[in-house]
Design a protein around this ligand. Structure first.
Ligand code: ADP
Ligand code: MG
Length: 680
């Protein structure tokens, strides 16, 4: 296989330099890569249906005899039309072809063929236009369908793939050793490649797919383990339990869940091993206070902590809340983001390396080479799934096996969490601080929008603030246009005359965003029109209404996060979902939003409706891109894979054994493409 990765595609028959160029558009540069480019779907020519039961408007494959000679007519404009009647013995079907002069030679009266196409016409006169044709008994009953690119059709790719298969050595060395294949019921690599590209039956596709999915997830899991997600690493930082002193600093009594989480974490940090823990808690459940408790205990034990947040706005807000909570505690806290520059930055770094800063809060800026700690004992990342795996590890490397805490507002299924974070323990804030009120949530049609504006206006006049999340844009489009257009509409609307409107979108520079957010926090803006950039963690208690346009376009968990921007103060808060979607799924989702405020329930429903992939949006988890495995649907295989990886690593933690050398190189290959993973 390794040699095939070095063989260029132009070595295949029928693939010239030009076609090879088209292949490289699909990311395929070698024969080996082509073999690993699996079909995205299959046409099953072995499953034919009687004409009478082929559903109208859908693609079916039927087997029928040509019952009349092919009639050819020339249409105006010179177009050629061929018509013929076919029958399966019960029902007739008219076939029509345009501009295909080969049809009369291809279809012979009295012979039987397979036809694949959409059934149209009427109940009494069924028709199929330009179907694909296959001779009866042709020996490819199942055809692979590949993702194609302009100028390179699926069947060309299929032809090249079969040629590539013919080049596979026999026997082919398999990266997965035989005893593992046997234990988990996996076929060998050579058969898997044959069956995925040229299957003879659906069962073969399934056998191949199971093997290839397993393999890919195994490389992923082992790769992540190699990145240094070792469980049970010793840590020299023993942290004292000063939490009771900390609680006295708080203006409120901690909830039971907060106390429990803090003591679970302190037990980890006393144990002599490095803590590796995930703190899950719904928006508003008080994760900040838990994190602050730890930083306090770490500082009192003479060590440093770092907290990394995904955006500058969020890092800034964390900094403010930590300052608030830790005021008078003697914990020296500093903020480092991309906007801290020059002399200020230099001084800060100096203090940090001398141990005069106990807690450093910031963005990715913390990862910069010259940021040096004196004795970093605790690393906290907020909204972790927005960071890549490597970014978290890079921060950890600034200390010697520091304790790590990941905070997340999205409940992640445990198997997925293990995959992404390695072997980690879980604490859950399953109890809200007292006095939290439910955010009243309503779904309305756009015809009620003006009335909703009136409702916002009433609250703005009463001194409150509001958010409007404007229509979601298509991927790749600028969200700026959307925000600016919407702002224009609002400025022209009599409902908002005299209202101070601010805007926030992804195209703005960090300082611009910060300026807007801080003006909103200070109450200098009444109405903030934004895209989902306000989604994460922003805390303005005086904001009491959030209106979300095109609500049906968001996942439930995301709507819940957005809704969590209000209801943070004492006043009654409202979330208005604007949608004109009529379909059942959208209605079901709106109903869930309107009936529950519990993020965990919502996440579960979301899982049922859309699968866990939705938690991560587009590859926000920072894992390499999967070819065939789908983290949404391969949950069962995932737990097999996790067992398998554990077994392998128990006997051979660094994958040094001869029988694991190919595993090693496959892992390197998978992680190489993401870049920056640095697996040796
Ligand atoms: P999140 O889990 O979303 O990060 P925060 O830590 O921002 O939640 O907390 C949300 C709000 O609740 C903050 O204003 C915080 O001061 C307040 N809070 C946290 N814990 C408690 C508590 N035990 N009692 C009362 N208010 C609390
Ligand atoms: Mg938070």
């Amino acid at each position: 296989m390794a040699s095939l990765y070095r063989m260029e595609l132009s070595q295949l028959k029928g693939v010239g330099a030009k076609t090879a160029g088209l292949f490289s558009k699909l990311g395929l540069q070698s024969v080996g890569a082509l073999l690993r480019f699996y079909p995205r779907d299959y046409e099953n020519w072995s499953e034919t249906v009687p004409i009478a039961s082929a559903p109208f408007g859908e693609i079916s494959i039927i087997k029928a005899e040509v019952a009349s000679p092919v009639e050819t007519t020339r249409l105006s404009g010179g177009r050629l039309m061929c018509k013929t009647l076919v029958t399966d013995g019960e029902t007739d079907l008219i076939l029509t072809f345009f501009n295909n002069r080969f049809i009369p030679n291809q279809l012979h009266q009295g012979n039987t063929y397979l036809f694949r196409g959409k059934i149209g016409g009427t109940f009494f006169r069924r028709e199929m236009v330009s179907p694909q044709i296959m001779r009866e008994g042709a020996n490819i009953p199942i055809r692979p369908v590949y993702s194609q690119t302009e100028g390179l059709k699926s069947n060309q790719i299929a032809r090249a793939a079969s040629q590539a298969l013919a080049l596979l050595p026999d026997p082919l060395e398999d990266p997965i050793p035989p005893q593992i294949r046997e234990k988990y019921g996996l076929c060998d690599l050579r058969s898997a490649l044959f069956m995925i590209h040229t299957p003879n039956s659906i069962a073969e596709i399934e056998t191949a797919r199971r093997r290839l999915v397993f393999e890919e997830l195994l490389y992923l899991q082992l790769g992540i383990a190699q990145l240094g997600n070792e469980s049970k690493v010793r840590s020299r930082y023993r942290i004292g339990s000063f939490e009771d002193d900390f609680y006295r600093l708080l203006p409120f009594a901690p909830t039971g869940a907060q106390r429990r989480s803090v003591s679970e974490m302190l037990a980890d940090m006393r144990s002599g091993n490095a803590m590796n823990r995930l703190l899950q808690g719904d928006v508003g459940s008080g994760k900040t206070a838990v994190a602050a408790a730890l930083c306090y205990c770490v500082a009192k034990s003479g060590y440093q902590s770092a907290l990394m947040a995904p955006t500058e706005i969020l890092a800034g807000q964390h900094y403010e809340s930590f300052l608030n909570i830790l005021r008078g505690s003697g914990v020296r806290t500093a903020l480092l983001t991309g906007s801290v520059k020059g002399k200020a930055r230099k001084e800060l770094l100096q203090k940090l390396s001398e141990g005069e800063i106990d807690l450093l809060i910031g963005t990715h800026a913390l990862l910069t080479e010259d940021v040096e700690f004196r004795n970093l004992a605790l690393v906290i990342t907020d909204e972790q799934h927005r960071f890549g795996v490597t970014q978290r590890l890079r921060l950890q490397e600034k200390g010697e096996h520091p304790h790590t805490l990941i905070m997340s507002a999205t409940p992640i299924p445990r198997t997925l969490a293990l995959m992404i974070y390695g072997d980690l323990a879980l604490s859950v804030l399953d109890e809200m601080p007292p006095g939290r009120q439910k955010i009243a949530t309503y779904a309305i049609g756009s015809d009620k929008r003006e009335r909703a504006y009136g409702y916002l206006r009433k609250h703005i006049d009463a001194g409150y603030q509001c958010y409007i999340i404007c229509p979601l844009i298509e991927e790749g489009e600028s969200d700026m246009a959307s925000v600016e257009e919407y702002e224009q509409i609002l400025r022209e609307s009599p409902a908002f005359e005299g209202v101070r409107i601010g805007t926030l979108h992804g195209r703005m520079k960090n300082d611009e965003k910060n300026a807007v957010m801080s003006a909103f926090s200070k109450g200098e803006i009444d109405l903030l029109v934004s895209t989902t950039v306000v989604e994460v963690g922003v805390d303005v208690p005086n904001a009491v209404i959030i209106l979300i346009e095109n609500a049906e376009r968001y996942g439930l968990s995301q709507l819940h996060q957005l809704r969590g921007r209000v209801g943070r103060g004492k006043a009654k808060s409202t979330c208005i979902l604007v949608t004109d979607a009529q379909n059942e799924e959208a209605a079901a989702r709106m109903k869930i939003m309107c009936t529950t405020n519990n993020g965990f329930t919502i996440a579960e429903e979301d899982l049922k409706l859309r699968g866990p992939g939705n938690f991560f949006g587009n590859e926000q988890h920072g894992l390499p891109k999967m070819k065939i495995a789908d983290l949404r649907t391969n949950m069962e295989t995932l737990s097999d894979v996790q067992n398998c990886a554990r077994e392998i690593l128990e006997t051979d933690p660094a994958l040094e054994l001869h029988e694991h050398r190919m595993l090693r190189s496959e892992i390197r290959l998978l992680f190489q493409k993401v870049g920056g993973y640095g697996i040796s």
